[in-house]
Design a protein around this ligand. Sequence first.
Ligand code: MZP
Length: 498
Amino acid sequence: AQIIAEVSRTFNEFLLLPNRTRTDCSAATVNLRTPLVRHIAGEAPAIELRSPFTSAIMQAVSTPDLAIALARNGGLSFLHHNQPIGDQAAAVRRVKNFKAGFVTSDTNVRPDDSLSLLAEVMRRTGHSTAAVTHDGTATGRLLGLVTSRDFHPRRHDLDGPVSGRMTTITDLAHAGPDITLSEANARLWDERLDCLPVLDSEGHLQHLVFRSDYTDNKRFPDQLVDAAKRLRVGAGVNTHDYRERVPALLEAGVDALCFDSSDGYSDWQAQALSWVKKHYPEVPVGGGNVVDGEAFTFLAEAGADFVKVGVGGGSICITRDQKGIGRGQASAVLDVAAARDAFRERTGAYVPICSDGGLVHDYHVALALAMGADFVMMGRYFARFDQAAGAKLPTRDGFVKEYWGEGSNRARNWQRYGQGGGQGLVFEEGVDGYVPYAGGLDEGLALTVAKLKTTMVSCGSTTVPEFRSTARLTLVSEQSFQESHANVTLRDTPGTVS
Ligand code: MZP
């Protein structure tokens, strides 16, 4: 056997050193955009994530509800394939048919008509206030506010001078669902406005962004319904029934596929990737999981548009106990990232990598990105939210949610865990358990994103690629790991101070 000299390391063994933070580097200026799929290095990818989060291809995690919530927050879910093809396709359709938030007009509503059209939308939907922007450029101008009840913008609500119903909004980008707002405008948007119309440079209404969910198109004037923006969704596939599953998912409107295997370094996966690329060359399809550069290159050469990294690190995973297979997640990501960069140098193609599983603390997301991941995939994290599949159960101290592995007897996902060719699991590679309940995805993810941005600011970075290239990591000793935690008796520790 060959012994790899390097020790297999995981995230807990590393910390980031702060870099110099420039004055223009703040949470408001951090941009978390990251590529999802293969592209020519230096060019824009066909699909980007607004936020580097994907949810695990697991029964307990990626429901259509979770996919909708995550897509609306800039990430992407991969709906699980451990279900009949028709059911998975129906789940894809549920996400794609969700029209909340966006109604797009392609009918060139004249600027003069915009206000009256908005008033009509507001009347029908019960919205009370709306803002009208003149254009979608970075210096979009707020033309007016339409209100159906008292709405008095306070000066500090708005970035620009307020004069009657006219003011200036800065930093309002026109990017469809990817609208970004300056901090002040985001606050205004959160607190006061119900509806944000986006107009093109000639003042034609392009689409309306609503805060609440509106699936009933009847509420909108006809001019605004036929071309609603649709949320993105991914789906897991396996190397057994892909010839039937892939076309059904595509028919349902899926945006990206991912071959899902606990060990993706196999001829079966290379053959399946090649089949998809031959029959559907335009369809983004990822592969995995792998833990070293050699396996990454194998899948990238077979056509994978992204590669997932991680074997044995998942919170519900016992593959390492059962089979002695795996690698510390930090070592795996560092090795695969180096191979991705070498592949880019050699071929000119950038194939993003995803750090999948084993992210226990929020700061592990930052570590994964610093070590080279383009985005992360998480199971335990998302299983805690309302939108995940597990039942919410009361305990003495609050609530928990069920969370079980795909290799557990509960899921019996034999397509993911090839154990000798036959159908069925010979032994378990995952467990069935509980995770603390964490409420809704919107609030939970917002907190994680806030921490990620703050970490990036401390490291002097405003973009994921900049963070990756400038981050400095240090190994921590057992003693310094202890030092990282609070070293006082906590106030709410029972039986300490009366
Ligand atoms: P985590 O976020 O809960 O730590 O890990 C989720 C990841 O664990 C999944 O994306 C998948 O790669 C992996 N997984 C899913 N089921 C099992 C299992 O039963 C597993 N062993 O390891």
